[in-house]
Design a protein around this ligand. Sequence first.
Ligand SMILES: Cc1cc2nc3c(=O)[nH]c(=O)nc-3n(C[C@H](O)[C@H](O)[C@H](O)COP(=O)(O)O)c2cc1C
Length: 343
Amino acid sequence: MASPRIESGADAGKLVSMLYRSKATVPFRGADLADLATGAAERNRVRKVTGALFHDDGRFLQWIEGPRESVRELFTEICRDSRHTDIDVVSFGSAGHRLFADWNLRLYRQGQTVPELLSGAARTLRYAGGPEAVSAMALELADGDSTGFLAALEAMDGDVAESVALCELLMGRYARLRADDAVNDAGLAIGLALIQGAFRRHSIHVRDYPSTERGKALFVAPVPGEPHILGAVLASTALRNDGFPVHYELPLDCRELGSLIGRQACQGVVLASSGVCARPERLDTIRAAAETVRRAAPGVRLALYGRVEHPDEAALRMTGVNAICRSTIQLSSYFDCSARRIH
Ligand SMILES: Cc1cc2nc3c(=O)[nH]c(=O)nc-3n(C[C@H](O)[C@H](O)[C@H](O)COP(=O)(O)O)c2cc1C
């Protein structure tokens, strides 16, 4: 089956950068790391990718920069590597220049400082590297003040990937603020509504796709009963921007979800679940929605999107979804892989 990606044309070569973190699943000693870095640097050279890898006490942080298509392919491979897990994209977006132009993969070990990254030369890192800045922006939004957020979106100049990355950071931050009781439910609702409205107005440069592709669309909807739909908005915008035909719906309940899915052929389903409000009944609603999807479209690829944190990760995986994607870039990579039958 062909990839659903529409010709990405000039964009495929556009310089992008991404930062992700992950946790090692096996011990990495000096020699293991050096081996990994040597092979990786050689492959990165071929792909015109540069960047840096940090390892500290079982945790990885990797900065990757290069042509959009190369970065996406590489990240897909990295996600399939069983030597690490809990891969979490901190930022992804277009880049004006390379931070590590002279290094296909610069290796940093515990205790080493990272001047290039700390200098915060990249725009995304203003947010990725500054949790305080993101918290301050989230609190402003909860207070009804969207000035800072609008200025940030304007600076991103309609760059969808970068705006999505900022919204994802803000949602992650809200989850923390809510858990700490630093915002109440009303503030949370105001903040998320302002993000959603502003995001919709500003992320306008989403590519169109031919109508013949619609039969193969990805179906995107919030898990019915979710208190807000920002995750579904972000997922559908980011997937469209990546060239996937997307059919976006807002079903009121599982019955409506089932009949909407049953009505059209789709090549995959994305259920967006809010990571912001941790609720004990979450597993049940996700499981019920997944069962509905299974009945309506047996065999379809089903991904759960959102910063869905649950103390019982195994139980979350037993809800019947094929993949849990905590960022839109993981979502795109997952459906790229599905389409090419890599998974
Ligand atoms: C934390 C981490 C970072 C990695 N970074 C890179 C990288 O920058 N470039 C690369 O080619 N492989 C990297 N790898 C290795 C890839 O995941 C994968 O093993 C490699 O692309 C070979 O893929 P293959 O075994 O499917 O041929 C990394 C692996 C880990 C665990």
